[in-house]
Write a protein that binds this ligand. Structure first.
Ligand SMILES: [Zn+2]
Ligand SMILES: [Zn+2]
Length: 259
């Protein structure tokens, strides 16, 4: 089986207008989108953004009639502790193959908001990873930790700063996801658009040293042109870390594929 993009958005996400057909024109491989489930979303007037599951399944069924691809169902859960019961209720009511876990906002601001360019960098880093550590400990039912450095996208944090300020917390996060058999995502949008590739290079050995073996690769495409963006570069980076296999998910079960 080939590896395929496992972080993709369409118009079922609040922040994308992308059409399935525009992605499908680019691939015969299995296809999964990971739409935003984002409660109390600061980027949308604190609304609860929930994909319309019935419409999503209907769309996938219709596509299945027309396209050769295998269709899988995915979702990107934005962790927000005060809404955990609502998040679990949504996930219990609907069946997915792949659940990404993300840390996008703090209830007041999305971490990509310019607000965070004005705050103390060290305090931001430590607050972000304290939230993530508490969240990965508490949350059950995710398959993948997405873009571990999302909260640093809008600020410049060097590898040495990240190591000095947050290494034990990030190692704690990795221990937790390893115990929960979750994969670590390499997010090519973060790596090559937000220039955080050096942070991935830093932490991959930390994850491996703790026994982490499951990796995924996702473009985080919100537009069709970004589908599988820079996958060749990211795969080369993984090879440099002696990683030869990536996990693909069906009904929450990982299958390792050699790339
Ligand atoms: Zn995300
Ligand atoms: Zn995403």
């Amino acid at each position: 089986m080939p590896y395929y993009d496992q972080h993709v958005h369409t118009y079922f996400s609040f922040d994308s207008d992308a059409q399935f057909e525009a992605y499908l024109a680019q691939t015969d491989h299995p296809f999964v989108t990971t739409e935003h489930l984002e409660m109390f979303n600061p980027d949308d007037a604190h609304h609860d953004n929930k994909p319309d599951y019935r419409a999503y399944v209907q769309k996938l069924d219709a596509l299945h009639q027309k396209y050769p691809n295998q269709f899988l169902r995915g979702i990107e859960v934005g962790y927000y502790e005060p809404k955990l019961n609502d998040i679990y209720a949504y996930l219990d009511a609907n069946r997915y193959d792949l659940v990404l876990l993300s840390f996008h906002h703090n209830g007041e601001y999305d971490f990509q908001d310019d607000h965070f360019k004005t705050v103390d960098k060290k305090a931001l880093v430590q607050d972000y990873y304290a939230r993530m550590l508490a969240g990965v400990r508490r949350f059950d039912g995710a398959d993948v930790l997405a873009h571990f450095e999302y909260g640093l996208r809008v600020v410049d944090v060097t590898p040495s700063e990240l190591a000095a300020w947050a290494r034990p917390m990030i190692q704690g996060i990795f221990s937790e996801i390893i115990a929960k058999q979750m994969a670590l995502e390499l997010n090519t949008k973060s790596m090559y658009l937000w220039h955080d590739v050096t942070l991935y290079d830093l932490v991959i050995p930390w994850y491996q040293a703790l026994g982490g073996k499951l990796f995924t690769l996702g473009s985080d495409a919100h537009v069709p042109d970004a589908f599988e963006m820079e996958f060749a570069q990211a795969k080369a980076l993984l090879h440099r870390h002696h990683i030869e296999q990536l996990a693909v998910y069906q009904d929450h079960q990982p299958t390792l594929v050699t790339f």
